[in-house]
Design a protein around this ligand. Structure first.
Ligand SMILES: Nc1ncnc2c1ncn2[C@@H]1O[C@H](COP(=O)(O)OP(=O)(O)OP(=O)(O)O)[C@@H](O)[C@H]1O
Length: 284
C-alpha cells in the first residue's frame, strides 16, 4: 500500500477510460529470471485479456508462472534477476512494460491495485492501519488529512471492519489475519481502481475467513464493476468467483475459457489432471 507519487487527475490510463475492448491485455508476455545457476523461463509467450467488470482466474501448480505474470503488469518482478524479454501489457492505450517509471507509479494503486497473500508483507508494521489507507487517498487524489481520514474510515467500514474509527488507530499486529486482509483490500480499492490483481488473497487464512474474504471481493467487484485478475491454485475458489479461467503450466497458458466450459469440458490434458486432483469441486 505504499505510494510515493503525487496525485494527478490526468493519468495516461484515465484517457483510456471510455475506450471499448479489454481493460487490460497481456500479449505474448515472456519473462526470464537470469540466475547464476542458469535462466528460468518463468513466463513464456502468455496472452490474456481482461474485460471491464469480469473476473479472470489464473490457475496452475506452484511454479507455473502465475505470480510472475501478475507482477509483470506493474513491473514488480525484481529486476534483476527478472528480464522482460518479450510481449506487451496494454492498459489505457499504453504498454505498461515500456511506460516511464513515473507514469507507472501513478497507475499503480490508482488505476491498477494489487492484493497479496500476506498482508503483513504489504502493511507497514509501525504505522496505524487507517493512516496507511488514508495515505493512498492523500497521494493519489490529493485529499486533505481530514477528508482522507473520513474516506479511509468509510473504506474500512465498506470492507466490513467493525468499529472502523477504533480500528483506524490500530497497528497491523493488533488485527487478526482476516481483518488485516480486509485492510489491504480497503487500501487497494479506496482509489477506485479499474483493475484489481489479487494474488492468492485467501491462501493464508482460516477456511471460514477465506470464505468471508472471497464473498467480500465478489460483492465489491459487483458494486464497483472493476475487473479482477485472480491468481489462485484453488479450483474451488475459481468455481465460486471467476467468469473465465486461464490454466498455466510451465510458464505457458495451456487453456483458457469460461469457467464452466473449461471445468466441464477441459480441452487440455494438464487441465484434466488439475481437475482430477480436486475431486469435490462443486460446479453450477
Ligand atoms: N524472484 C525470483 N528469482 C528467481 N526465480 C524466480 C523468482 N520469482 C519466480 N521465480 C521462478 O519463476 C518460476 C515461476 O514462479 P511463480 O512464482 O510465478 O510461480 P507461481 O505459479 O506463482 O507459483 P506459486 O503458486 O508457488 O506462487 C518458478 O520457477 C520460480 O522459481
Amino acid at each position: 500500500m505504499t505510494t510515493d507519487r503525487p496525485m494527478t487527475t490526468d493519468t495516461p490510463a484515465a484517457a483510456g477510460r471510455t475506450s471499448a475492448g479489454p481493460v487490460l491485455e497481456i500479449d505474448g508476455l515472456t519473462v526470464d529470471f537470469r540466475l547464476d545457476t542458469g535462466t528460468v523461463h518463468a513466463v513464456r509467450d502468455v496472452s490474456l485479456s481482461l474485460a471491464q467488470g469480469e473476473t479472470l482466474a489464473v490457475v496452475g501448480e506452484s511454479g507455473s508462472g502465475k505470480t510472475a505474470t501478475a507482477l509483470s503488469v506493474l513491473r514488480l518482478n525484481p529486476q534483476p534477476p527478472a528480464v522482460y524479454t518479450g510481449g506487451r501489457i496494454l492498459f489505457g492505450g499504453r504498454d505498461l512494460l515500456r511506460v516511464p517509471d513515473r507514469d507507472l507509479g501513478r497507475i499503480r494503486g490508482q488505476d491498477i491495485a494489487m492484493v497479496f497473500q500476506d498482508p503483513m508483507t504489504s502493511l507497514d508494521p509501525l504505522r496505524r492501519v487507517g493512516v496507511q489507507v488514508a495515505e493512498v487517498l492523500r497521494h493519489h487524489q490529493g485529499l486533505s488529512r481530514t477528508d482522507a481520514h473520513a474516506a479511509a474510515v468509510e473504506a474500512l467500514d465498506e470492507v466490513g471492519i467493525p468499529d472502523p474509527e477504533r480500528r483506524f488507530r490500530q497497528y497491523p499486529h493488533e488485527l487478526s489475519g482476516g481483518l488485516r486482509q480486509r485492510v489491504m483490500i480497503a487500501g487497494a480499492l479506496v482509489g477506485r481502481p479499474r483493475v484489481l490483481i489479487a494474488d492468492e488473497p485467501t491462501t493464508a487464512l482460516d477456511v471460514t475467513v477465506q470464505r468471508q474474504i472471497l464473498d467480500l471481493l465478489v460483492s465489491l467487484q459487483q458494486r464497483h464493476g472493476m475487473a479482477v485478475l485472480l491468481i489462485t491454485h484453488d479450483l474451488g475458489v475459481v468455481a465460486e468467483t471467476a467468469d473465465r479461467v486461464a490454466v498455466m503450466h510451465h510458464g505457458r497458458v495451456v487453456e483458457t475459457g469460461d469457467v464452466l466450459d473449461v471445468f466441464h469440458r477441459p480441452a487440455d490434458d494438464y487441465t484434466r489432471q488439475l481437475l482430477a486432483a480436486t475431486p469435490r469441486l462443486e460446479l453450477a
